[in-house]
Write a protein that binds this ligand. Sequence first.
Ligand code: F6R
Length: 251
Amino acid sequence: MTSDALTLHRPEIRVLDDAEAVADAAAALIIDVVARRPGAVLGLATGRTPLEVYARLRAAAAAGARLDRIRSFNLDEYRGLPPNHPASYRAYMRRELFDAIGLADDRWHIPEGWGAPEAVADAYEAAIHDAGGIDLQLLGIGENGHIGFNEPAAPFNSRTREVELAPSTRAANAADFPPGEEPPRTAITMGIATILDARRLLLLAVGARKAKALAAALSGPVLPAIPASAIRLHPHAMVLADPAAAALLGA
Ligand code: F6R
């Protein structure tokens, strides 16, 4: 995203019956991408929204779908958690997807939450490049409009880097941590430009808590103040939403 960074596109927006239908459609799309290209490079997200998508991918693998030839790159990871911490995105991805689909350790990538952040970030960008780029990037949206952990004001030309988490993001994710333990203050995330480099984007939004952010992203100005609005800079972005999340679209 350089010289044509301000060319705006219209994402394909599908409002489906409910959260189950969103997960069905997202899983079907991913399975189709992999059926066409068994070695597809998928960009993956964590959080609550993709849980039902991953459940469907596990079921597809159990029924014989070969999902073990993909390569994957997750959006983000907390800084400072041991890799086996239950709230780490490594642990999440193994639990929710990788182990069940038989994805070998050398096929998935999650930014390391330890070590010198600049070195981790540079290695991550290089690994994505070496894999030939991401075919399909799955995204959720934060209540504050973030994508990955690109909080409001993240520059559209940002790349993988260490970031500070917004207090609202830490509060939204606190329930993932054992009692008495708070989410880290920092994380490492793909940047907006890293996300926009993917060949296709698939953003999922479910629930009324996402309605304001989704409307701002799709109907408001395209600005770093609303990181998810950056998907309108991408020529092949699709949004799948349930009616609650879509309630303010066009309002
Ligand atoms: C997760 C991520 C975040 C989440 C967002 C929504 O890897 O990058 O941007 O997608 O915070 O989270 P949920 O789905 O829990 O509402």
